[in-house]
Ligand binder design. Sequence first.
Ligand SMILES: *Cc1c(COP(=O)(O)O)cnc(C)c1O
Length: 384
Amino acid sequence: MLKQRLMTPGPTPVPEETLLELARPVTFHRSSQFRAILSEVLEDLKYVYCTKNLVLPLTCSGTGGMEAAICNTVGPGAKAICLISGRWGERWRNICKAYGVTAIEVTCPYGKSITPAQLEKALADHPDAQIVCATLCETATGARNDIQAFGAILKNKPQILIVDAISGLGVMECRTDDWGVDMCVTGSQKALMLPAGLAFISVSDKAWKMIDANTQQKSFYFDLKKYRENLKSNDTPFTPANTLVKALRHSLKMLRAEGIENTWARHTRMAKACRAGLDAINLKLMAEVPVDGLTVAYVPEGIDGAEILARLEKGYGVKVAGGQDTLKGKIIRVAHMGYMDMFDVLTAVSAIEMVLLELGHKFQSGAGVAAVQISLASSLKPKA
Ligand SMILES: *Cc1c(COP(=O)(O)O)cnc(C)c1O
């Protein structure tokens, strides 16, 4: 028997209490009981988002939330500045294209982050752009983007800031209101510790003004004005994934109990330890400014990335992710996001060490595990 360990950057493991809720009989969604639960969940989401604004629930994967942000704010012919640091930033551009919105692409090499200066320049070159789309955690490369700086730049500008925080919210500091994020999108299957199926989007007053003024809104299902109207009575325009909403209540209570700043600190600690462990076994890390929810390392020269993944899964029960598109076979992505603790990091690094030893990669056996332990011990030391 081999215990299965899910260490991919979405979906992520789901806590026991939440799983038990998912096992309960299905209930009807147009009821006072469900309205009370939805209201509670949306309040707890505001806490995780660090926002006073309404957070709208959508029944779809994270991409649906991204699409809703674009199609409600702008229409064909509008200009969007897309800050692209990897595959997920590219998705913003692709959604814009699908709606006839002109995407101004601001890019950087994979592994790097978009600089605030790049945004300043794009705004100077395209003052007529209406929206700016960014990614908090670029899950494809493990790079972190400075959303706080982007928000500060846009503060007194007409453009709104739309952020894909799908793999970042509930992992790393993301202060939606204080940082001036007008629309912040997340999905259920990352740090919110739930299966896939729900997306959430916060909307600021500035964004609602743009939405209300947009006469080109073409989506029926993703019409956010309908959600706003229905939520006045804690209802949704269409059948929500109510079973998931009921389960989310448990996961959000865990986040509330931990305290969001402690949640961020836990992820920082795990990320540091994971980087230390992989570095100690001579793996080159990809991100210049790394995120806290996953660690991305290059596959060593002469070793097949697909073979690492297969051996981890078949031999050790550890499921990590590889690269996508042009990065396929070239990187491994180890998640430490959501329902994870320091021993999950130790497990992952230990399994990767064992596989790399099998494959003849050169390093001192046990060095990775030792580095993880040293890092964890130093970050757990009580402050003097
Ligand atoms: C996981 C992820 C998504 C979500 O994609 P879906 O498959 O539609 O849920 C979007 N952006 C980022 C940064 C992600 O990590």
